[in-house]
Design a protein around this ligand. Structure first.
Ligand SMILES: NC(=O)c1ccc[n+]([C@@H]2O[C@H](COP(=O)([O-])OP(=O)(O)OC[C@H]3O[C@@H](n4cnc5c(N)ncnc54)[C@H](OP(=O)(O)O)[C@@H]3O)[C@@H](O)[C@H]2O)c1
Length: 415
């Protein structure tokens, strides 16, 4: 990090020293108040929320890089609004269009190489990893490899390659700060004790749009049904993942990697109001919950300003208006993806890459109307059953497993 643009917050030292052990990947070197931020996936739901947060935070926080896949017109208007130094666009055809519109005012990188270059750019302090799916893996690794601090929204990177990314972050000093609301909640609650004192993590789940639906109705749900999330507004892929509860399965794996917590110490609880974002139970049976409105701007802001807390954009929480908070056990019969999540987390190795790729391919098939909703998780199960898990994979084996799983989904869907 560029020391010149970094003011030290001395009171943070004690706070940090409690968190730097195990897998929290929190390095102690310096807590910057001013930050130069790159947003990977700036045109998406997390990306646009991040831009709103940065705008509200004021001049100490500056966007220096933006990236997306193909929505060049949105990128262009974001460039006009925040004047970054560099942008990257994955689709080379859109890069030409964007260059023409920006008329040399902003450097435009293109393709996966461009995304990787941007994520590790020397003029960036903090990278928000908010590209959806496995497409976010390479740039997340590039940011960590370059020692940039990373606000992690993209959970798929850890699901696929947590065994590589977490040790790499320790090695390079990159800090992995969760943006996912559940993991931000766990991160915040964890600061009430030390990692060794944690007994259990309660990962809350809204239950998605089909929480009360009978199994037969869930099996034939349409994309329109699945895209109607009761409490969160998100991109289409994660919204479908919430409906199948593959999202929660991924969050189990993500929590395991981020916090170094045993898989069996992670318990999923259905909490339809989405007010308690998650809880940590310590060895003395004290349980610390983090609460707030279901608004992604709060965890995004916490990742950006950590370890400080600044006034945010989220609305106040009125407990009297909420009335009650409900907690229910998950139904593994109607939502079998959860069981898969535990199995994959325990299996480790290449299982995460296969799980993620099979899900991405099956969700795409569902959204294109090629398979019914009920077939998504069945397909992932079939592909996982055919996979011989490889332990301690390198990046090459992870990418091979990803490609293999996508091909297997094609085979499954032929039958
Ligand atoms: N949304 C939430 O509330 C939420 C909460 C927790 C975690 N997350 C995680 O955050 C990530 C982003 O979710 P989202 O809801 O923001 O998704 P989204 O609204 O669908 O946005 C996805 C972003 O990724 C970009 N993108 C997609 N494919 C790409 C590629 N091949 N190369 C470069 N950029 C690419 C998109 O660019 P284009 O617009 O050009 O296609 C867009 O900017 C996901 O991993 C999700 O699980 C999201």
């Amino acid at each position: 990090m560029d020391q010149a643009c970094c003011r030290l917050v001395s009171t943070a030292e004690g706070f940090y020293s409690r968190l730097i052990d195990r897998n929290l990947c929190v390095s102690q070197e310096c807590v910057a108040v001013s930050k130069r931020i790159t947003i990977m996936g700036s045109t998406g739901s997390i990306g646009t929320n991040t831009l709103e947060v940065v705008r509200a935070l004021g001049s100490d926080y500056r966007v220096v890089g933006l990236a997306a896949r193909q929505r060049w017109a949105e990128l262009e208007s974001q460039c006009r609004a925040v004047e970054p130094q560099v942008v990257a666009i994955a689709d080379p055809k859109c890069a030409e269009q964007l260059r023409r519109m920006l008329n040399g005012q902003v450097e435009v990188l293109e393709g996966e190489a461009g995304l990787v270059e941007l994520a590790g750019h020397r003029d960036t302090d903090f990278v928000v990893a908010a590209i959806v799916g496995s497409a976010g893996l390479a740039s997340t690794i590039a940011a960590v490899e370059a020692g940039r601090h990373v606000g992690l929204a993209n959970k798929e990177a850890l699901v696929m390659a947590g065994s590589l990314i977490v040790p790499l972050a320790r090695q390079t000093g990159a800090r992995l700060l969760p943006i996912d609301s559940k993991h931000s909640a766990i991160f915040q609650a964890m600061s009430a004790g030390s990692v060794d004192e944690v007994r259990k993590i309660y990962l809350t789940a809204s239950g998605g749009p089909f929480r009360t639906w009978p199994m037969e109705k869930i099996a034939s749900a349409t994309p329109a049904d699945a895209l109607l999330h009761p409490t969160w507004t998100m991109g289409p892929k994660i919204t479908v993942d919430s409906a199948t509860m593959v999202n929660k399965a991924m969050e189990i794996i993500e929590a395991h990697w981020l916090f170094g917590i045993e898989v069996d110490a992670i318990e999923v609880v259905i909490h339809p109001e989405s007010i308690v974002h998650s809880m940590v139970e310590f060895c003395d049976r004290s349980i610390i919950a983090q609460m707030g409105q279901p608004d992604m701007r709060t965890p995004i802001q916490y990742a950006l300003t950590y370890p400080r807390r600044l006034r945010g954009c989220a609305r106040d929480l009125d407990f009297s208006a909420i009335g009650q908070l409900r907690f229910e056990p998950p139904d593994l019969h109607r939502f079998p993806a959860l069981r898969l999540g535990y199995e994959v987390a325990r299996a480790g190795g290449t299982a995460g890459a296969v799980f993620n790729a099979a899900n991405e391919a099956a969700v795409e098939a569902f959204l294109q109307g090629r398979i019914p909703f009920g077939r998504i998780v069945d397909t992932i199960r079939e592909v996982l059953d055919r996979h011989a898990v490889q332990s301690n994979p390198n990046l090459g084996s992870i990418l091979q497993s990803d490609a293999w799983a996508r091909n297997e989904v094609k085979e499954c869907l032929k039958s």
